[in-house]
Design a protein around this ligand. Sequence first.
Ligand SMILES: NC(=O)c1ccc[n+]([C@@H]2O[C@H](COP(=O)([O-])OP(=O)(O)OC[C@H]3O[C@@H](n4cnc5c(N)ncnc54)[C@H](O)[C@@H]3O)[C@@H](O)[C@H]2O)c1
Length: 327
Amino acid sequence: MSSFYHGRRVLITGGLGFIGSNLAIELQKLGARLTLLDSMIPAYGACLENIEPIRNAVTVNFSDVRDQHSLAYLVRDQEVIFSLAGQVSHIDSMHEPLVDLDINCRSQLSLLECCRRENPGVRLVLASTRQVYGKPQFLPVTEEHPIAPTDINGINKWAAEMYFTLYAQVYGMSTVSLRLTNTYGPRMDLRNSKKGFVGVFIKQALTGQPIRIFGTGAQRRDFNYVSDVVHALAMVGESRLFCGQSFNLGHDEHFTLREFVELLSEKCPVDFELIPFPDELRAIDIGDYFADYSRFRAVTGWRPCVGLSEGLQRTIMHYRQPFETAA
Ligand SMILES: NC(=O)c1ccc[n+]([C@@H]2O[C@H](COP(=O)([O-])OP(=O)(O)OC[C@H]3O[C@@H](n4cnc5c(N)ncnc54)[C@H](O)[C@@H]3O)[C@@H](O)[C@H]2O)c1
């Protein structure tokens, strides 16, 4: 990584969550002057222990991205802003669609407006999601794939991306969105069972409960270890070249859910069973998904370095050790 971040003022919204805290730890090593914004809503992913290694080296601001008044102050003087705060549960987005709208869509527009007024030169990076594509019509999924989200979360993340693009086109602001696929690793939220199967399976393995795979287990997916995602975010945060564009992240390895569990079981022995898909999850499931990330690789040189076997090993090690000595 370059020396770009040395001495730079960086704001990470959702900075106490899974990806935000890993990003913060990496950028702190690179010498960034960090402010981490997080609302600490109990059901979401924030955890103070996540930033234990850098607790005294960063400014933590406990506020909510829905509060546009505090946001207007927080964006001033920042040089890079990573917008990672989010309601991340797809099923919760169906149960509480207006909360998802406020956090994942309205707050992103509010962030852009605050920046336009207070700090139009800032670089802005949005953590978007592969969920914007819905059920893939072809694989691997490229950025040209039709947008057809299967849930409220996907729609709101898509709208947020569109705002990011619009503010680049109309106001010349430096914005970029990365469409993340399943991301896993140390500091992921294992407390919330509604955040997707990866965390649920890892928690079940760690606690010795049989893993319950919905459906046939034949759904094929790609997975990024969190350090690879952090690297991608940091790379785009350095640049002004992306002008409102959106890029896929992904991995060359693809695994069925059943293969994922078998690999996990090699690191942390666990039984599994196949059970019928609950109706409300079947309705929003996207089936097979893996991304073509070649467009992002072409412009940045990024490619994932950590394979699933190694990444799961590191993740299991992390949760078996105290936070201070892990990862
Ligand atoms: N983890 C993945 O596999 C994945 C995949 C696609 C996209 N993403 C996106 O990446 C981002 C980070 O996800 P994560 O996995 O680290 O989730 P996470 O839940 O661990 O982190 C999200 C953070 O945002 C904070 N937050 C939520 N609402 C907030 C609000 N109103 N104000 C301030 N803070 C708020 C939470 O407290 C939490 O710390 C999210 O925007 C998510 O949609 C993640």
